[in-house]
Design a protein around this ligand. Structure first.
Ligand code: SF4
Ligand code: SF4
Length: 160
């Protein structure tokens, strides 16, 4: 009987630093590539626009998305997005692209000029768990069904 061997996780190498720290965009020396100082933040997720929910059923779909590992949902400039945190299969241990010369157009179009290298902006809204969506559903639609999705309140401590 043959035994299948699982792929081993790749050993990630550190990105370049300046004085032991990740530099800010402005600190990276002129002529150097910003990507050398980055652990490929842009290759570790994908995000797709989704229809903005208009009813409880739509939000129930979103709740289903978030029952899956590494799925989140955010809103930016009024648009809803499904964000999946997953590494590109072609990312190498040095955080470089393993298919650089045949990489998809979306990767070619992405520029360091306004990438998330040292981005610290926050989303208009960000859902990480299905419970958060259930609470949002309850608040927006005064949904009685959503209440049933939440954990029951714990009983109060006895008064001594
Ligand atoms: S494009 Fe920006 S986020 Fe992507 S690897 Fe380069 S510096 Fe990092
Ligand atoms: S194909 Fe290359 S550039 Fe595109 S996400 Fe994968 S590793 Fe990054």
């Amino acid at each position: 009987m043959s035994t299948a061997t699982l792929p081993q996780p790749i050993q990630l190498l550190p990105a370049k630093t300046i004085d032991g720290k990740k530099p800010t965009r402005e600190q990276v020396p002129k002529g150097a590539s910003l990507c050398e100082y980055c652990t490929a933040k842009c290759c570790r997720y994908f995000a797709l626009p989704i229809d903005a929910p208009t009813c409880e059923q739509d939000l129930d779909f979103i709740r289903w998305y978030l029952l899956h590992d590494r799925a989140t949902v955010f809103i930016e400039d009024g648009t809803w997005y499904l964000l999946v945190h997953t590494d590109c299969k072609h990312l190498q241990s040095d955080h470089r692209c393993g298919i650089y010369y045949t990489r998809p157009q979306i990767c070619r179009d992405y520029s360091t000029a306004n990438c998330e290298f040292d981005e610290d902006a926050v989303y208009e809204m960000y859902f990480e768990t299905s419970e958060q969506v259930a609470e949002y559903m309850e608040a927006r639609f005064h949904s009685s069904d959503a209440k049933t999705l939440r954990s029951p309140e714990p009983s109060l401590l006895p008064i001594l």
